[in-house]
Design a protein around this ligand. Structure first.
Ligand SMILES: [Zn+2]
Length: 196
């Protein structure tokens, strides 16, 4: 039994352990209407993709701790000085200087609302969200950008006040660890694994 690939950083280098490419037994494709003649094979295979977060790593780490981080341009010479970005931008798009990291959890709890939404009944490969997926665009007071995310509980309405929830139990360390619920949702009705 092979082991899925795992990665650590040690001495500032990736250290790889296990298998990153796995092949399974090929299976014949046969023609049921033609004496079960061989017409091809299936080739099951999977790979483990190594996705580096770079400067965004702190954002994903914080989701697992129930915090929503944003960034802010603090360059006094920038026209967009003071702009807060959610989603998290490492560099200011106006002046290209490195942004400061700010905790906007409280601002999200107090001011987040649904800007617009769409409900999707079909998804692409590897989707892990329950369908239909209620995709929402979330806006915040004094934030220059709008965040694309998904509503975990309830039905979306434009202008609805929502608050963030975080998958702090068994986090995936991806953007799926952040979701939203109507602002008046009691903690007891959050799905398993999620907390305010
Ligand atoms: Zn700037």
């Amino acid at each position: 039994m092979s082991q899925y690939g795992q990665v650590q950083v040690k001495n500032n280098r990736y250290k790889f352990r296990g298998d990153f490419h796995r092949l399974e037994q090929h299976m014949p494709i046969r023609d049921a209407d033609n004496g079960w003649k061989l017409v091809g094979v299936t080739k099951p295979r999977d790979m483990t993709y190594v996705h580096s977060y770079g400067g965004e790593a702190v954002f994903f780490e914080s989701l697992s701790q129930g915090k929503l981080l944003a960034t802010k341009c603090e360059n006094p010479d920038c026209e967009a000085n003071g702009s807060v970005f959610q989603p998290f931008r490492i560099y200011c798009p106006d002046c290209l200087s490195k942004c400061a990291v700010v905790d906007m959890t409280e601002r999200a709890e107090k001011t987040a609302q649904i800007h617009t939404y769409m409900v999707c009944t079909r998804s692409g490969a590897f989707n892990v969200l329950d369908k239909p997926i209620r995709f929402i665009n979330v806006e915040f007071e004094n934030v220059s950008t709008i965040l694309f995310s998904y509503l975990l509980v309830g039905e979306p309405v434009i202008g609805m006040r929502v608050r963030p929830v975080f998958k702090v139990f068994n986090p995936t360390y991806t953007i799926l660890d952040l979701s939203w619920v109507p602002a008046d949702t009691p903690a007891e009705s959050l799905p398993e694994g999620f907390a305010f």
